[in-house]
Ligand binder design. Sequence first.
Ligand SMILES: Cc1cc2nc3c(=O)[nH]c(=O)nc-3n(C[C@H](O)[C@H](O)[C@H](O)COP(=O)(O)OP(=O)(O)OC[C@H]3O[C@@H](n4cnc5c(N)ncnc54)[C@H](O)[C@@H]3O)c2cc1C
Length: 445
Amino acid sequence: MPVCIVGGGACGLTAAIALRSSGCDVLVLERDASGTGSTALSSGFIPAAQTRLQKALGIEDSQQSLIDDVMNKAHGHAPLHLVKAYVAAVTPAIDALEKMGLPFEIVDGFLYPGHSVRRMHTMPEKTGATFMTRLAQVAQDLGADVLGEARVCELWVNSNDKVLGVGYVRPDGTIEHVASQFVLLACNGFGGNTEMVKELLPEMANAVFAGHQGNDGTAIQWGRQLGLQMGDLDAYQGHGSWVTPQGALMTWAFIMEGGIQVNALGKRFNDETGGYSEAAMHVLNQPGSIAWNVFDAPLLTLLRTFPDFRDAEAAGALRTVQDVPALAALMGCDVDTLLATLHDVQAGHTDAMGRTFSRALQAPYHAMKVTGALFHTQGGLEVDAVCHVLKADGQPMHNLYAAGGAARGVSGRGADGYLAGNGLLSAVGGGWLVAQDIAQQLKVA
Ligand SMILES: Cc1cc2nc3c(=O)[nH]c(=O)nc-3n(C[C@H](O)[C@H](O)[C@H](O)COP(=O)(O)OP(=O)(O)OC[C@H]3O[C@@H](n4cnc5c(N)ncnc54)[C@H](O)[C@@H]3O)c2cc1C
């Protein structure tokens, strides 16, 4: 087999589609019956600059602006070669997928923290699940072989650091092998591996993991066995707005449009507009590891455009009260404290934590109880600008690639370097990039 891809999420399927478009045969091995991965659990928002769609909508953007936004959010600590490569690759990837029938739209109505312009490309349903369904259909139409219930458990490498192929376990327990000229590790990170989270992200050890259980750290464990370079293993995407106990994402859009987070004492505890990833820790550090997302009628209208929010509402998570004393009773906090907190939320006012408000919240008030969650890990195998994995001496392994959540991310270290969309930027951009590199080599050969 010319190319074998481990994992059929956004990264694996994007690569498979690009390879098939170039006439290359490819086998995707997927541990689940069909590829869903964390991508299907996500909102499916993919940042890209200067796409056909952006231009058609008259949105002025540049790849440099997206690069700058990613680097600024990561405090300059993201690997610039990778940021540039992903940003350059994600644009043709989105344009090509659109041509193949994916009905991209650009998220409207608000900007995520750190993004200069509207550039989040999504499916009309605003879900990663529908993105995955469409990717799978295109991959199938193009003739990509996607084998489900095939968990890759062996990576065969010879003494010259050349990958020979992989072994994968079938539902009856037998292990089958396939030889491959090129292997792409697209099996995401280690967020679903409790032991690795404890070891590498101790601050998230007790957080809910909202990603896919297949994020079991396989790629990183192989990398450790082979002595490969790793990058930013302490980096992750958290989220400070995971509705509890229902278990659903409440989009940060409500913060960017004027909503607030209040703890069980009736106090705000940070400038929420900094970002949702770092907010996970801020919320986990509050009494009971919870916060209340507080908002009003205009924000409820916005929130209801998001399917995850509608699910949470349908599950009974939305609380509505007529005034501040009722809100205080709901939260179990002191009324005067909560009144003082809301008093700060006035148009033009900048609070002690540095947040400037554009308007006050009006009664009736709406609230949802949330906690901090781990969404996915951002560290992984160190890769060069075409996603070859790097050996301990810095030299690339010429036929082994890693991208998406399996590779080092573009979010620097810790939680606060994650710019919204970095996950799918790496998965879609990375999958596209790897496919171009492999296709070129296969044509030359
Ligand atoms: C709730 C939530 C919301 C999110 N929203 C966004 C968003 O809007 N925008 C954004 O950019 N990011 C978002 N993310 C992050 C995003 O989902 C991930 O960064 C992205 O899905 C990673 O893509 P991937 O292809 O690398 O991994 P995945 O989509 O997880 O795919 C990996 C695949 O590999 C398979 N696999 C694993 N191990 C093996 C093995 N040994 N053998 C065979 N198959 C294997 C898995 O089953 C899986 O199908 C969100 C995450 C969560 C949890």
